[in-house]
Each structure stands twice: as structure tokens, then as C-alpha cells.
Ligand binder design. Structure first.
Ligand code: UD1
Ligand code: CA
Length: 421
């Protein structure tokens, strides 16, 4: 499969409509940059074939982010999607076979859809195959124009479309398969659009139709997945779809999400069976939650959080880069950052790990069975020993570790060496 397939991802555009200093494709959706969705899709389709990313705006950032799985070509002047594909020519000089072109700004595309596109293209021996979608609101997309027998004759962009064409709900996804020898030939012939100063890749289709090439399509009746991100509104709307996919997958795997509408779970989150996520909870970055945990309502779990089986995190609790071991609880108004919390620890309401001294982050360790009284502040680096107790309002200053089984009270805390349990 690999030698006669090449994949080209278009990611050079400035994303003007995002009104942002950051490249469009590096904006994150559910914690993952938009370009990564397409990159992962491509890797799962065929990780060995030639893979080229056309970069331009913030090229170095994109290259650094995607790394060496891909080759890169620089589009120096951003003269449209047709021009972007022209930049692939040197990379495909000795190539013969099929080229799949994808846009870097469409994170909802499914692996099955692009696999089907490639299958149909190959099995029906087509010269050009389009992935199209039916959208209830097709505004902004190129529309597919078909002849009376259904043959595709061209793609017309929104701004060039007649009222009749605009009423057509079948849109161009920006994902195509081409026989390279014909695409290569036709790319030479497309002309710059005077009104936009761009070469449209979509103009290739009409040229191919006119020269009698075989054009086919895979139509996605539920076209949602072809939606691209062009604006901050799209970012939010597409994000909503990604978040629901993630939540549905967790629910299908046995996680209870009480109110999916107010729960946000990023891409790289693992959650065990029978864990309950209560409303208004945000889980972002790389987070691991075991089985039978309770999270929320109103919890914020950030990158590097690990909740072991049966642990509980409740109202207005923020956790970052912290492991909470089996059966421990932090139920109210707490910040736990850069900490390691043992098993069966109780963290009282209003507990704070003061992990940042203005320059560096420091670690707090709380050992098994400790009882942290309400309103305790632990100034890191500090360690609370096994079965130790801190009294309400205790301020444990840095390096003043609390020995196993002792009680710490006051501000700054004094240690009483006595059995507390
Ligand atoms: C494009 C299609 C449209 C389709 C839509 C699907 C054209 C002319 N139009 O429109 O038919 O419905 O995608 O989402 O192709 N890019 C470059 N270099 C450039 C310009 C763009 O690499 O000079 C890249 C962008 O980074 C982006 C992709 O190409 O990833 C698509 O460009 P964009 O400007 O978003 O095209 P649309 O207007 O959405
Ligand atoms: Ca787009």
C-alpha cells in the first residue's frame, strides 16, 4: 500500500478569520492541537507512506510539534490551496500512484471515512475522488455541483456560488484522492483567481471533468465530521462535538457522567469504570482516574493528576500534577499542586499546598493515613508523615516536616509528638 500512496496535509494558511497571533492549526480542541487530529488520522491510515505537510505561517512551530513522522515543504507565499498542493511537486517527482490531500483544520474527520475514500478511489479506479458531506447549514463551504446523472462537474466556492448553488447542501470536505499523474498535470493549468489572488485546489475538479477524467465521491450523509475550523466560533462549535465524542466514549466504557452538558474532558484523560463525574467539572491535559472515584461537582483536574481507585475530589477542588492514592478524599475548597498524597488520607476543607515560591515549584508529600485539618496551608517543600494530624488552620512551613503519628498545630505550626489516632 505504502509505495503508491502519498498524503499531503495543507497547513500553511494564516487562519485570518481566527483573528489570532497563533496559527489556526495549533489552536487546541479538547487539549489537542487541531493539526494533531489530522496527523493522528493519517498515521492510523498508513504510517509508512510518504507524508508531507505544507507549512507556511508559524512553520517552525508546526514542524517542531509534529516532528519527524512527517516531511515538510514551505509555502513561501500563501496563494491558496491549489498553490499549496503545487509545493508538493518536488517531493513527488519520482512518485506514481495516489495522492490523498487533507486540510489541517478539520479535526472531526473519522478514520473510517478516509479509509473508505481511499478504497472507493482504488476499487473504482477513479482519477479523482472527493469526500463530501451533507450539511444542514452549508454556509462557507465549497458546494459540489453535479450533472443530471449525478456526475460531479465542479466545486463552486461560496462567494462564487449562485443562489441555486448556495441552496445545495452537499459540501466539499477538503479531503480528496487524486491519481498523481493527472493532478500534477492539471495543477499546471489552473489560474489564479483575480478576486482573491489565490489558486483554488477546487478548480482542479472542473478541469478534470472537462478532460474526461473519472471523478467519484464518498458522500457522508451526516456531514458534521467534514466541518473545518475557520473562526473562534467554529473552534467552540467543533469543540463541542469533540467533547461529546470523548464523553460518549467514557460513558460507553462504564463511567457515569451525571451532566455531560457541564462536563469537559480532554482528549488524553483515562477514567476507570464506575467512577462518577458530577456536574461542572473540567478535566484537562493528561489525567488518569481510577475505578469507583467521585469527581465534582465543580472540580478542576489539571495535567498530571492521578486519582487512584476509590478516591474522591469534590466541590471547588483544583488538582495539578498530583497523585492521590487509594481511598483518599479532598472534598471541599482545596488546591493540591505538585503533591503526592498517600492512601486513606483525609484532606480537610480549605487545604492549600503552597507549591510556588515565585520562582520554583516545590513538592508536598502527605503519607498514608494522614488527617489534614480544615484550612491547613502546607508551604512546600514539606512532608506530612504517616498517620500525622494537622490541626485546623495550621501553617506548616517549608522543610518543617511533620513526623509520623504526630500532631502539628498553630501558625507557624508547632509539633506535638504524640499518638494522635
Ligand atoms: C476550503 C475549500 C472548500 C472546502 C473547505 C473545507 C478551496 C478553495 N476551498 O475552503 O471548498 O469546502 O476548505 O473545509 O480549497 N492552506 C494552505 N495554503 C494556502 C491556503 C490554505 O496550506 O495558501 C491550508 C490551510 O492552512 C487550511 C486548508 O489549506 O488547513 C484549507 O484552507 P482554508 O483557507 O481554510 O480553506 P476554506 O476557505 O475553508
Ligand atoms: Ca477551512
Amino acid at each position: 500500500m505504502s509505495e503508491n500512496l502519498a498524503i499531503v496535509i495543507l497547513a500553511a494558511g494564516e487562519g485570518t478569520r481566527m483573528k489570532s497571533a497563533c496559527s489556526k492549526v495549533l489552536h487546541k480542541v479538547a487539549g489537542k492541537p487541531i493539526i494533531r487530529y489530522i496527523a493522528d488520522l493519517v498515521m492510523s491510515l498508513d504510517s509508512d507512506c510518504r507524508k508531507l505537510v505544507v507549512v507556511g505561517h508559524q512553520a517552525d512551530d508546526i514542524k517542531e510539534y509534529l516532528g519527524s513522522d512527517f516531511s515538510y515543504v514551505h509555502q513561501k507565499e500563501l496563494l491558496g490551496t491549489g498553490h499549496a498542493v503545487m509545493q508538493a511537486k518536488p517531493f513527488l517527482e519520482d512518485f506514481s500512484g495516489e495522492v490523498m490531500v487533507l486540510c489541517g483544520d478539520a479535526p472531526l474527520l473519522n478514520g473510517e471515512s478516509i479509509a473508505r475514500l481511499l478504497d472507493v478511489h482504488r476499487q473504482e479506479n477513479l482519477d479523482c475522488t472527493l469526500l463530501t458531506g451533507i450539511l444542514k447549514n452549508p454556509e462557507g463551504y465549497g458546494r459540489i455541483v453535479r450533472k443530471s446523472h449525478g456526475e460531479i462537474s465542479k466545486i463552486v466556492e461560496e462567494k462564487n456560488a449562485s443562489l441555486f448553488e448556495k441552496a445545495n447542501e452537499e459540501v466539499n470536505s477538503g479531503t480528496y484522492c487524486f491519481r498523481w499523474e493527472f493532478l500534477n498535470e492539471v495543477l499546471e493549468t489552473i489560474e489564479i483567481r483575480k478576486d482573491k489572488g489565490e489558486y483554488y485546489l477546487t478548480d482542479v475538479v472542473e478541469r478534470m471533468f472537462r478532460s474526461g477524467k473519472r471523478i467519484g465521491s464518498v458522500v457522508l450523509e451526516d456531514g458534521d465530521e467534514v466541518r473545518g475550523i475557520n473562526s473562534k466560533r467554529d473552534l467552540a462549535n467543533v469543540g463541542e462535538v469533540v467533547f461529546s465524542r470523548i464523553k460518549n466514549a467514557h460513558m460507553d466504557a462504564g463511567v457515569t457522567i451525571v451532566d455531560p452538558r457541564t462536563t469537559f474532558i480532554d482528549h488524553d484523560v483515562v477514567i476507570g469504570q464506575d467512577t462518577i463525574i458530577y456536574p461542572f467539572t473540567v478535566i484537562e491535559g493528561k489525567v488518569e482516574i481510577g475505578r469507583n472515584c467521585h469527581v465534582g461537582p465543580f472540580s478542576h483536574l489539571r495535567n498530571g493528576t492521578v486519582l487512584e481507585n476509590g478516591s474522591e475530589v469534590g466541590n471547588f477542588v483544583e488538582v495539578k500534577n498530583t497523585r492521590i492514592k487509594k481511598g483518599s478524599k479532598a472534598k471541599h475548597l482545596t488546591y493540591l499542586g505538585d503533591a503526592c498524597i498517600g492512601a486513606k488520607v483525609n484532606i480537610g476543607a480549605g487545604t492549600i499546598t503552597a507549591n510556588y515560591d515565585g520562582k520554583n515549584k516545590h513538592k508536598t508529600t502527605i503519607e498514608d493515613g494522614a488527617f489534614i485539618g480544615s484550612g491547613t496551608i502546607m508551604i512546600a517543600p514539606v512532608k506530612i508523615g504517616q498517620d500525622a494530624v494537622t490541626a485546623a488552620g495550621a501553617v506548616i512551613t517549608k522543610h518543617h516536616d511533620v513526623p509520623d503519628g504526630s500532631l502539628a498545630l498553630g501558625m507557624p505550626a508547632r509539633i506535638r509528638k504524640k499518638e494522635v489516632k
